[in-house]
Design a protein around this ligand. Structure first.
Ligand SMILES: Cc1cc2nc3c(=O)[nH]c(=O)nc-3n(C[C@H](O)[C@H](O)[C@H](O)COP(=O)(O)O)c2cc1C
Length: 366
């Protein structure tokens, strides 16, 4: 099942294994993708689909040190090297397929990362809890962001459109809108972070409007069959909560279906998540969204992934941490081979260590 081909929008994928988007904070000067990043993605090109690490659409969209962007010529050229290498990856066989994850962090940033050291922006002036890493690697408390003026929102939608256009120039096969994990899109969706009284706040239609406008702009560049959206209906990460997740995420799923998006990618609940109404899983989305559904979060082996596919509610399975430590994860799953454990200490930042030096099965046997 996991190794049956699947059609996702315009693409036919050779298997149902997705490399989940993962920030690794190893971009070079100017937040440009490096040759080492190309090597990392090439090593993982046997995934049915790679979704890149989240990538800022604009200087304002940045919230962490050393994350890549897609808003300058140099960044586009850096990503072009990545996509060319991934497309060529498979030695004569069809190469890998790679989507770019489009990211604006909203309030999950700090002044040192923002243009002119301004306050980060968000739907409402509500500070997340916790701390953020400044450009000099010191930790600073999150500040209450500046609430966006209604008239500014069209400019951010335009930044997404431009970034989607840049992604096309950079040779990607499609794009994923990062609507998960407490960043800008998610901040608009959930009522814990959105207390606006204009047409972007209040009702589920209003809170969903920003995502719909972003999706329409990106579809204008790519066509709906090359665009996906990632959602985390259960997640509390980055101080997120919503009083009625089924209402907002049900509305969003219907809107994404109306737009005929290639896929809906969602993150399952973690045991620590306390979701009003209970955890939201793929069975919630299936009746609302007919195109491909990607389920992510906590998948640890083939049997578990195939059990999720067998329900018919998910069409593909995304793996994150296991793809960090197992570049040849599909081959290992297929053979029920042992999996390398991932070293958390090298998740973010640094060099090749914990990035491109995890052994493949072949290397381990040799
Ligand atoms: C190092 C690391 C970086 C991550 N960065 C992103 C990201 O950039 N975008 C995103 O949507 N999710 C990100 N995630 C979340 C993963 O995509 C995934 O949803 C989560 O890790 C659960 O999957 P797993 O149990 O297979 O690890 C990240 C996770 C890890 C471990």
């Amino acid at each position: 099942m996991l190794f049956d081909p699947v059609k996702v929008g315009a693409a036919t994928l050779p298997n149902r294994i997705v490399m989940a988007p993962m920030t690794r904070s190893r971009a070079g000067a100017g937040f440009v993708p490096t040759d080492l990043m190309a090597k990392y993605y090439v090593q993982r090109a046997s995934a049915g689909l790679i979704v890149t690490e989240a990538t800022q659409i604009s200087p304002q969209g940045m919230g962490y040190v050393h994350t890549p962007g897609i808003h300058t010529k140099e960044q586009v050229a850096g990503w072009k090297k990545v996509t060319d290498a991934v497309h060529k990856a498979a030695n004569g066989k069809p190469g890998g397929r790679i989507f770019l994850q489009l990211w604006h962090v909203g309030r999950i940033s700090n002044r040192t990362l923002q243009p002119n050291n301004e306050l980060p922006v968000a739907p409402s002036a509500i500070a997340p809890e916790g701390q953020s890493m400044a450009l000099d690697y010191s930790m600073v408390n999150y500040e209450a962001p500046r609430a966006l003026e209604t008239h500014e929102i069209a400019g951010i939608v335009e930044d997404y459109r431009q970034a989607a256009d840049n992604a096309k120039e950079a040779g990607f096969d499609g794009v994923e809108i990062h609507g998960a994990n407490g960043y800008l899109v998610d901040q608009f969706l959930r009522d814990g972070s959105n207390q606006r009284t204009d047409r972007y706040g209040g009702s589920v239609e209003n809170r969903g409007r920003f995502l719909v406008e972003v999706a329409e702009a990106v579809i204008g560049v790519w066509g709906a069959d090359r665009v996906g959206v990632r959602l985390s209906p259960n997640g509390a990460f980055n101080s997120m909560h919503d009083s009625n997740p089924r209402a907002i995420f049900g509305h969003v799923a219907k809107e994404l279906q109306r737009l005929n998006l290639a896929y809906l990618h969602f993150v399952r609940a973690m045991p620590s998540d306390d979701v009003p109404g209970g955890p939201i899983d793929a069975d919630f989305f299936r009746p609302l969204f007919k195109n491909a559904i990607i389920s992510a979060g906590g998948f640890t082996d083939k049997a578990q992934a195939e059990a999720a596919l067998k329900t018919g509610n998910a069409d593909l399975i995304a793996f994150a941490s296991l793809f960090i430590s197992n570049p040849d994860l599909p081959a290992r799953l297929q053979q029920n081979a042992p999996l390398n454990p991932a070293d958390r200490a090298t998740f973010y930042g640094g060099d090749a260590k914990g990035y491109t030096d995890y052994p493949t099965l072949e290397a381990a046997v040799a």
